[in-house]
Ligand binder design. Structure first.
Ligand code: PLP
Length: 351
């Protein structure tokens, strides 16, 4: 007799490649350490905290700070232990085994993972050579397959491409099913619909603090109308976000200027990295315009280049042996990466 289900027996634990020493441009983290003044505020609050009590199940203080920063009402916000936890909730609770979800590809690798675990069938719309998809094609496919949910990231991980807010709202308005837009990287672009979401019956926007500087605390958010928020809050485990995380999230979100400055620096680094890569004008590399905190490259030799970079102490993410995803780092890190890339190219990984 099998001790566990077959779907579980086939799985491998997520391996973020932490063992490699050197420069990590492979996890889309922020390169900016938390400023000392914020550490002090968090430290003070954590010193005073009531460790013998459970945390606030809804995390209203951090929901308010999030709402004030992003322009939504705290009553439309549900907290998650990272937005990853919220993605599992969507598949497991808002959908049922046997339902269909429409995903696009390539997109965030955890979507098909959680979709399969929930025994939800995935219908996949492949993106074109520019790593884009046509919103009308998505609408048509969703209708044809009668899916219960559409989920995509915007801008997209791992492509750094996105669709406009107008196009997203077109999808929301054209379909009756749940439309989940993962705006994990929208701080680095300007096509957010997070404020729109609560005005629609079928729209959920996911956010996270992981890409803007707090990957370590695990704090994600779902923004939706009253009804959908009630479902999500009812379905989540009551104390899913611990007190220390709630405190750190609240303090950082309340210091708007500091957070905005960090986002600006990340955008500037992303733009500089993109410009340097575009200037290489290497026939073997296609550099896509970047809307997230990373730049995506297409190359026939992604695996070889990935290995060549590794040998020089630089980790980037290799996707399907076809794309490299490079997180924007400090100016020094970007320089080391660019030098290693050029060395790899000149070394002739392509011959
Ligand atoms: C990183 C990432 C997440 C997960 O964020 P956490 O809050 O760290 O769980 C969600 N969606 C996308 C597209 C991501 O790239």
């Amino acid at each position: 007799m099998n001790l566990v289900s077959e779907k579980l027996a086939r799985l491998k634990p997520y391996d973020p490649d932490m063992a490699v020493s050197g420069i990590h441009l492979d996890a889309n983290e922020s390169f900016i350490p938390l400023p000392e003044s914020l550490r002090e505020s968090i430290g003070q609050r954590i010193w005073e905290a009531e460790y013998h009590r459970y945390p606030d199940p809804l995390g209203m203080a951090v929901c308010k700070a999030f709402g004030a920063y992003y322009g939504v009402d705290a009553k439309h916000v549900t907290l998650g232990n990272g937005s990853d936890e919220l993605i599992t909730l969507l598949f497991n609770v808002l959908l049922e085994k046997g339902d269909r979800a429409l995903l696009v590809a390539p997109d965030f690798s955890m979507y098909p993972h959680y979709c399969a675990l929930a025994e939800v069938e995935s219908i996949v719309l492949q993106k074109d050579a520019n790593l884009e998809f046509d919103p009308d094609a998505l609408i048509a496919l969703a209708k044809e397959k009668q899916v219960q949910m559409v989920l995509f990231s915007n801008p997209c991980n791992p492509t750094s491409q996105g669709i406009s807010a107008v196009d997203v709202m077109k999808i929301v308005n054209a379909l009756d099913c749940l439309i989940v837009v993962d705006e994990a990287y929208m701080d680095f672009w300007d096509e957010a619909i997070v404020r729109e979401a609560p005005r629609h019956s079928n729209c959920i926007v996911l956010k996270t603090l992981s890409k803007v500087g707090l990957a370590g605390i695990r704090l994600g958010f779902a923004v939706a109308n009253d009804q959908l928020t009630a479902y999500l809050r009812a379905a989540k485990s009551p104390y899913n976000v611990n007190m220390l995380t709630q405190i750190a999230g609240e303090v950082v979100l309340a210091e708007k200027q500091s957070l905005q400055n960090a986002v600006e620096r990340i955008r500037a680094s992303r733009d500089a990295l993109y410009t340097s890569l575009a200037q290489l004008k290497d026939a073997n590399l296609r550099v896509f315009p970047a809307h997230a905190n990373f730049v995506t490259l297409e190359t026939e030799q992604a695996d070889a280049l990935h290995t060549a970079l590794r040998a020089r102490g630089v980790s980037v993410r290799c996707i399907s042996g076809r794309w490299l995803r490079v997180t924007a780092g400090t100016p020094d890190e970007n320089r080391v990466f660019l030098d290693a890339l050029q060395a790899g190219l000149e070394e002739g990984v392509f011959v």
